[in-house]
Write a protein that binds this ligand. Structure first.
Ligand SMILES: [Zn+2]
Length: 82
């Protein structure tokens, strides 16, 4: 199995934002709108894959599905720690 690049890009953006704050990433919240080209299960599976097979951060993933919102995939928040 190989993951799509989406989870990787989302994680990279969230990690960069955490670094910019001088912290490490512990959680990321993602919203999937009506135009999201992925399903929550797929995104979660891709995150798990990155964590288990690519040594990426152990950031917790929270997914909010909002089919009434005319948007794609958005990061709506990150959690950081020292
Ligand atoms: Zn892989």
């Amino acid at each position: 199995m190989h993951e799509s690049g989406l989870a990787d890009r989302l994680l990279a953006l969230a990690e960069a934002e955490a670094r910019a704050r001088g912290k490490r990433l512990v959680g990321v919240k993602v919203r999937l709108g009506a135009l999201a080209a992925t399903a929550p299960e797929r995104l979660r599976a891709d995150f798990e894959h990155l964590r288990e097979h690519h040594g990426r951060t152990g950031a917790a993933l929270e997914i909010e599905v909002d089919p009434d919102r005319p948007s794609g995939v958005e990061i709506v928040g990150i959690e950081v720690a020292d």
